[in-house]
Design a protein around this ligand. Structure first.
Ligand code: F0G
Length: 456
């Protein structure tokens, strides 16, 4: 059959509320044109993030009933630990409440002032946690990874020549190296097995421990299976095990490919570092066998990590983004190509070619999609990454003006996606009437979350 169906049926439903365009106009005004400030009950389809927004399976809910809430050494912890060891293969498994807590602990024990950490592209919390330790986060993705319309099967790959050059010069200041799979900040783009292997070889040559930011490891493994020679007959588990075998540890946000609503972990082989990390964990997250989570959360995760590797799920998952991408391209709308694993990224600069970056075309598109159809996405452009000139106070725009529509796992169906596609196309037809935005108030950091805006 040619029709690809959602590989699940629905057992429990959550209503979503229809609102009218005038109501949405009012909500948007009250939220100061920043959809982060709109109440979720007034959103029809929420593509703000794929993080912690997925639906758990009956098996996960059943596992939660077996949660062992013992403070130390719970059965839930051992079930979680053995699953992580089976997939990732590392000796020490340290649970945390989410991904950035794993990052904070790892960098807190491994980095010192003046150090440098290479990566294909640091996710923003990863970068912020490196910088918080007064170290420098260095992005070395291949050049193709920065050109939205450039087609490449593994646009998340590390630029190996640049990495080699960088380490030849700076290896003494690099206490650990990373790679992010899939590369979220570059469009959810995968990294090839060959590139992971070569990245590992270069880090090894300089005796630098290698950590994988593996939030979306199963999506990455699926792309390897589909696009890299020699992997077509391997299982997602085998591919994942091989990816992890090249590294010394990983940081994980379980809110993505852990298929749960909260959780994360840090895993590694180094005994010394693990000891320090566990000491830090006890100080800030919780005891070593729960790390800020309930026993039942660890059980849901132990099941989720296995479910995410089912190929019919991954096929539906990756095809969803591809399908939306195809429909938008047919309508003449530019997106990051090819579509990645968890989201579609629309190029708002060409969508609203009449709006200069100083009028935040990405944020305008986010607002217009909400107004037109009650859809919420997120701006990844000059509101998120723009800076102010220290002398003149003038806005320095970001290199790209993107809108990310990220897809919660197992939540929306084909008709939700068709509705979203129609909304985007209708918004595109109406593009000439869109008005720019200006910032009326902003906080000192990470302004996109809470900034207030108004039409220019
Ligand atoms: N690394 C990557 C690649 C991520 O995408 C995220 C989160 C994190 C680390 C941090 O994990 O949220 O559990 O603390 N990304 C979310 C997103 C927030 O919307 O892309 P966390």
């Amino acid at each position: 059959m040619k029709t690809l169906i959602e590989p699940f049926k629905v057992k429990m439903v959550e209503s979503i509320k229809q609102t009218t365009e005038p109501e949405r106009n009012q909500f948007l005004k009250e939220a100061h044109y920043n959809p982060f400030l709109i109440k979720a009950e007034n959103i029809l389809i929420d593509f703000l993030t794929d993080s912690g927004t997925g639906a758990m399976s009956d098996q996960q809910w059943a596992a939660m009933m077996q949660g062992d809430e013992s403070y130390a050494g719970s059965k839930s912890f051992y079930r979680f630990e053995s699953t992580v060891k089976e997939i990732m293969g590392y000796k020490h498994v340290i649970p945390t409440h989410q991904g950035r807590a794993a990052e904070r602990i790892l960098f807190g024990v491994a980095l010192k002032k003046g150090d440098m950490v290479p990566n294909n592209t640091h996710f923003d919390t990863t970068r912020a946690n490196v910088e918080y330790n007064e170290a420098e986060a260095v992005d070395l993705v291949i050049p193709e990874g920065k050109i939205p319309e450039k087609i490449h099967p593994f646009k998340g790959n590390m630029d190996l020549n640049k990495l080699e050059e960088f380490l030849a010069k700076h290896h003494q200041s690099v206490p650990l190296g990373m790679i992010t799979i899939t590369n979220n900040s570059g469009g959810g783009q995968p990294v090839s097995m060959e590139n992971i292997r070569e990245t590992s070889r270069i880090y090894k040559k300089y005796k630098i421990p290698f950590y994988i930011d593996c939030c979306r490891f199963a999506e990455n493994a699926f792309f390897i299976k589909k696009r890299e020679k020699g992997y077509e007959n391997k299982s997602i588990l085998e591919i994942s095990q091989e990816m992890f075998s090249y590294a010394d540890g990983c940081t994980m946000s379980s809110k993505k490919d852990g298929m749960v609503n909260i959780g994360g972990f840090l895993a590694m082989n180094n005994d010394d570092l693990a000891l320090q990390a566990r000491n830090m964990l006890i100080l800030t997250e919780g005891y070593i066998s729960y790390g800020g989570l309930a026993g039942r959360d660890l059980d849901a995760l132990a099941v989720g990590l296995k479910e995410v590797m089912h190929e019919d799920y991954l096929q539906y998952r990756i095809r969803t983004a591809e399908y939306m991408g195809e429909k938008l391209l047919e309508a003449g709308i530019n997106i990051i190509q090819p579509t990645g694993g968890h989201a579609v990224y629309i190029d708002a600069k060409s969508f609203y070619s009449h709006l200069p970056p100083t009028q935040f075309p990405g944020q305008v598109l986010v607002c217009e999609l909400y107004k037109k159809g009650g859809i919420r996405g997120v701006e990844i452009g000059s509101l998120m990454f723009g800076k102010k000139d220290k002398q003149t106070g003038e806005e320095i725009p970001a290199p790209m003006e993107l809108v990310r529509l990220a897809f919660p796992r197992r939540v929306y169906t084909q008709s939700h996606f068709d509705y979203a596609i129609e909304t985007i196309i209708e918004t595109y037809k109406d593009r000439e009437n869109a008005q720019g935005l200006k910032i009326t108030w902003e906080p000192p950091f990470l302004r996109h979350f809470t900034a207030k805006m108004a039409p220019v």
